[in-house]
Design a binder for this molecule. Structure first.
Ligand code: PGA
Length: 258
């Protein structure tokens, strides 16, 4: 059985003071929901404050991106060593990084290798845009992103990653995919591709999240699907009550299906 994982992607929101307030408002409730792995991904500037507040609670911390080199003349970048001091996870290849900051499958691949080499768990994001979806290209595109982004990993390394399937047209739009469609792509495309790359047994162990307009009132639709192991949550992770409700429903649904 794959342990469900819910990750909060705060994107470029929350000052350090605001981050503290948000974490303090949810840490107590989240601590009672240990059957779900919970990861908070604040902006780099708030990583340390969040890490201090969740220390010893079982709640994990992640960065939203990082560079692959350990150190050097890379102004503005953050290295795996720096992330590792503060967190256990790192989101790699979010569609906003791909769209606005030139992230490619090749840079995703380098970052995934670097994250694993440093003991971080990468949450690797993939997903098609609206035009690709409407043109019936979703399967080929997402499968290609998985293949190129995860190229060269050993099965042992692949076991440790998390993949987030986030259709771009569903992110921040209030227009989520349906649970059945997300389950079909996650099982039939993402997990199937992982199976071809790393073997079926390994693919069965890899956690795959859905992301895109996940809210308290639709999370059950996703996590009740057999292939969906959790969610990457943007907007709804900025409100303590909403995020706690998402984690709680996941615990209930996944716990009940065991
Ligand atoms: P959203 O963002 O939940 O606000 O749609 C999800 C994401 O981009 O990870």
């Amino acid at each position: 059985m794959r342990t469900p994982n819910i990750a909060a992607n705060w994107k470029m929101h929350k000052t350090v003071a605001e981050a503290r307030t948000l974490v303090q408002a949810m840490v107590g409730d989240l601590q009672g929901l240990q059957e779900v792995e919970c990861v908070l991904c604040p902006p780099f500037t708030a990583l340390q404050a969040v890490a201090e507040l969740v220390r010893g609670t079982g709640i994990a911390v992640g960065a939203q991106d990082m560079y692959w080199e350990e150190q050097g003349a890379f102004t503005g970048e953050i290295s795996p060593l720096m992330v590792k001091e503060l967190g256990q996870y790192v989101i790699i290849g979010h569609s906003e990084r791909r769209q606005y900051f030139g992230e490619t499958d090749e840079t995703v691949n380098r970052k995934v290798h670097a994250a694993l080499a440093h003991g971080l768990i990468p949450i690797v994001a993939v997903g098609e845009n609206l035009a690709q979806n409407e043109a019936g290209e979703t399967e080929a595109f997402v499968s290609g992103q998985v293949r190129r982004g995860l190229a060269g990993l050993s099965p042992e390394q692949a076991r440790r990653i998390i993949v987030a399937y986030e259709p771009i047209w569903a992110i921040g739009t209030g227009r989520p995919a349906t649970g059945t469609d997300a389950n079909r792509i996650i099982g039939g495309v993402v997990r199937a591709t992982l199976g071809e790359m790393f073997g079926r047994d390994v693919a069965e162990e890899i956690r795959i999240q859905y992301g895109g307009s996940v809210k308290p009132d639709n999370i059950a639709e996703f996590v009740s699907q057999p292939e969906i192991d959790g969610a990457l949550v943007g907007g709804a992770s900025l409100k303590a009550a909403d995020f706690v409700a998402i984690v709680r429903t996941t615990a209930e649904v996944k716990g009940g299906s065991r």
